[in-house]
Write a protein that binds this ligand. Sequence first.
Ligand SMILES: N[C@@H](CCC[C@H](N)C(=O)O)C(=O)O
Length: 270
Amino acid sequence: MRFLKGHGTENDFVILPDPDGELDVSASLVAKICDRRTGIGADGVLRVARTKQSHEVAEQASAAEWFMDYRNADGSVAEMCGNGVRVFVRYLIDAGLVQQPELAVATRGGLRKVRVEPDGDITVDMGRPVIHGESVATVGSHEYTGLYVDMGNPHLACAIGDPVVQLDLTHQPGFDTGVFPGGVNIELFNPVGTSRAVMRVFERGSGETRSCGTGAVATAVAAANLSGDSTGTWTIEVVGGTLTVTLDEDTSYLSGPAVIVASGELMLSD
Ligand SMILES: N[C@@H](CCC[C@H](N)C(=O)O)C(=O)O
């Protein structure tokens, strides 16, 4: 099985090209691939499939040739991955599968329009964030109140007083399973000056990662909400780099780098 490896601000992915829909990618195979000691190591897997051959998203086939079949490191599926879709498009361009700098990608969370910028950064129209109110995350003995933001996938973005760099995120933070029965991605952030935040994230299905695109947008939404805004451009500093989030009346945009760093033949099997 051919694979590539890429990352967006160090949120890293194994890419499995599957243009003819031939791969049987089970949850256990994904977990083996993502294992950082016995596999390739990644936060998730991006299977590159044709939308028309993918029954889950077949209704998007008239608008998007390619479907980003995203899996978390534990093998679970997720609706959307903001950094994943940027790396996915970097792969499509590098592989010569698309030529134009603007295209739509099918995801379980719906169609996402993507643009390759002249400087090489990749911008995704992430859709309109939906705010569902407040909930609480627990890290160690500390409780942090945050905003439940739906980005196609669920997020709880908490502004905290403690420096995020000092948090111990080696264990799953607590959350209200009544509010998030399917789990949640938890962002903890420190607002810094105007329109900037430093963020760490504990992702559903992957644990702490060095960046999360949907989480960066959720963080911008929560940070803007704290300052009484709903629009503007935010710089989100993540462990693996810097992402730019723009919120406007109707939608949100995520921009940042995305690179492919390796390719090879996978010798793992189920
Ligand atoms: N890292 C991603 C989000 C991946 C999915 C997430 N773990 C979930 O289960 O919802 C991003 O960049 O958005």
